[in-house]
Design a protein around this ligand. Structure first.
Ligand SMILES: [Mg+2]
Length: 250
């Protein structure tokens, strides 16, 4: 019977990346897109959006909170419609200035892909929104897309925990048996990424390339904290092969 140390286990390890603040900085393209759609739908909405801190929130939860702030009733069909229009707006807005791929990200993804590591996404974006943001930086090619891909997206639920669950389930069906939570790793940039992963027993490496600093992420319970992903490929590869978590306190 294979033990937890069997070589087969390392080959089953999966890294799940968040998108905004972790892989790319979209320079407000998502917020601008949503504002465009909501303005078209309801008139002026800046006041409803301006108070919201969107990082770490799922797109569906953002729509719910904005609708509540506008005094509107949340309905699933309305949310679906808003997010469909949002993707159309994002196609243009993502081309705006300020977009950047975060330091070291292409190198890390290329190294992991070259080594045959299984990569997935765990992001509050709708799938097409994530694809547009990553495509702008030419890093969408490192991920699979479509219903079978190992990923959790906004359509999997409003609560971020549901995205982690969905990614684990898709990972299990792709790998052919249960994906042990300890064999998945979430890489994200907010305390929400941390708490959502930990709710399922999935370890988290947090990167301080979003709004939150290393100390805040450590306090939130991240198992490992990195200032950026620059140079993180060897440590992430070592984890994939059964080693310790990158950025863990000694
Ligand atoms: Mg993020």
């Amino acid at each position: 019977m294979p033990s937890s140390r069997s070589p087969g286990r390392a080959g089953r390890r999966v890294i799940l990346f968040d998108v905004d603040g972790t892989l790319v900085h979209a320079a407000g393209a998502g917020r601008r897109s949503l504002e465009r759609v909501l303005t078209g739908e309801f008139g002026r909405v800046e006041h409803a959006l301006s108070g919201l801190r969107l990082d770490g929130m799922t797109d569906r939860l953002i729509v719910r909170e904005v609708l509540v702030a506008l005094g509107r009733r949340f309905e699933e069909s309305l949310c679906d419609r808003i997010l469909e229009s949002y993707v159309l707006a994002l196609r243009e807005e993502i081309q705006g200035p300020g977009f950047r791929v975060l330091p070291g990200v292409p190198e890390v993804l290329a190294a992991l892909a070259a080594a045959g590591a299984t990569l997935g996404l765990c992001t509050g974006n709708v799938a097409e929104g994530a694809r547009l943001k990553l495509a702008r930086g030419d890093i969408d090619r490192f991920f699979e897309w479509g219903p079978e891909a190992i990923a959790g997206f906004a359509h999997d639920g409003e609560a971020r925990e549901l995205l982690v669950r969905a990614a684990l389930d898709r990972g299990a069906s792709r790998l052919g048996s249960a994906l042990h939570p300890a064999d998945a790793l979430v890489v994200g940039d907010t305390p929400r990424d941390v708490s959502a992963a930990r709710a399922h027993g999935v370890p988290v490496v947090a990167v301080a390339t979003g709004r939150y600093g290393a100390d805040e992420l450590r306090q939130a319970g991240a198992d490992g904290v990195l200032s950026t992903l620059d140079g993180a490929a060897p440590a992430l590869l070592a984890w994939v092969e059964g080693g310790a978590l990158p950025g863990a306190a000694a």
